[in-house]
Design a protein around this ligand. Structure first.
Ligand code: ATP
Ligand code: PAF
Ligand code: BAL
Length: 282
């Protein structure tokens, strides 16, 4: 049985009645198979699963898609039921931020200004602030996040470590369509033609991974990924395509690495990433 609550008081009532372990899966709704995979992974590890559905105004820039972000609570509940979630917490903005936009926010540090943070100023302040609030409200043993939002996952792990938040953060590999496109709620914005163009991102990652598998060094891996993206000619507008340390630390890259890409397809901004194994001696 999946219960739906909207207020923090009702959430607290259900939460305090749960014996055993609790996992949380935080989402902005418009649930797809990527979310469902997170829910099933949580179900396997914990006695109780809480899903949060909240389109967090704090993480949207003034020209971004907060107003038009898809809100599909009824079908989201079906996904949650199918995946065996115990509780869905879908608060209103006024319940999450009763005092209005918070003056005190989590500072994500230098990594929060890079990559996604460079294109979306304030984004990670907003994300980490709501993630910390939702962790306080749900008090989970485990929190599940998708690798699709790799920088977010990295920063959530770092916040929990740096601020001694007592939760195990679990990363879940990216779920893709058969042709490689990473599932994302924002894929709904794409026209048929744009969806074809959006394959530039996963194509670039696959080319980079293949180049690394052939023993090429970091520079050649990046060149292969850029060529496959079709820089300048794919119809997608590249924001960044970078090969970094798996913890997103600055410095030389060798051994295990991460290839990350962000691009605009029409009005829609998409991100993707993949693990890459480089020669440790390279
Ligand atoms: N394809 C996917 N595979 C695995 N996890 C995913 C996938 N898509 C989203 N998630 C994870 O689900 C959680 C909630 O994400 P969110 O609700 O923002 O969905 P989204 O598809 O990433 O949306 P958007 O398109 O707005 O970025 C995050 O931890 C996110 O990384
Ligand atoms: C973690 C999150 C639910 C915070 O609003 C959001 O950034 C998301 O859906 O990835
Ligand atoms: N999927 C991460 C949340 C965001 O893009 O706003």
């Amino acid at each position: 049985m999946t219960e739906l609550v909207h207020t923090r008081a009702d959430l607290a009532r259900f939460r305090s009645a749960y014996p055993g372990t609790v996992a949380v899966v935080m989402t902005m709704g418009a649930l797809h198979e990527g979310h469902e995979t997170l829910l099933r992974a949580a179900r396997e590890r914990a006695d109780h699963v809480i899903v949060t559905i909240f389109v967090n105004p704090l993480q949207f820039g003034p020209t971004e898609d907060f107003d038009r972000y898809p809100r599909t609570l009824e079908t989201d509940l079906e996904v949650c039921r199918r995946a065996g979630a115990d509780l869905v917490f879908a608060p209103a903005v006024a319940d999450m931020y009763p005092g209005g936009a918070p003056a005190v926010r989590v500072n994500p540090g230098p990594l929060g200004e890079d990559l996604e943070g460079a294109s979306r100023p304030g984004f990670f302040h907003g994300v980490l602030t709501v993630v910390l609030k939702l962790l306080q409200l749900t008090r989970p043993d485990l929190a599940f996040f998708g690798e699709k939002d790799y920088q977010q996952l990295t920063l959530v792990r770092r916040m929990c470590r740096d601020l001694d938040v007592p939760v195990e953060v679990v990363g879940v590999p990216t779920v893709r369509e058969r042709d490689g496109l990473a599932l994302s709620s924002r894929n709904r914005y794409l026209s048929t033609a744009e969806r074809a163009v959006a394959l530039s991102l996963s194509r670039a990652l696959a080319a980079g991974v293949a180049a690394a598998g052939e023993g090429h060094d970091a520079a050649a891996v990046l060149t292969a990924a850029q060529a496959a993206f079709g820089v300048g000619g794919s119809g997608a507008r590249l924001d960044y395509l970078v090969l970094t340390d798996p913890d997103l630390e600055p410095g030389p890259v060798r051994g295990p690495a991460r290839l990350l890409v962000a691009a605009w397809v029409g009005e829609t901004r998409l991100i993707d990433n993949a693990p890459v194994q480089l020669d440790p001696a390279g």
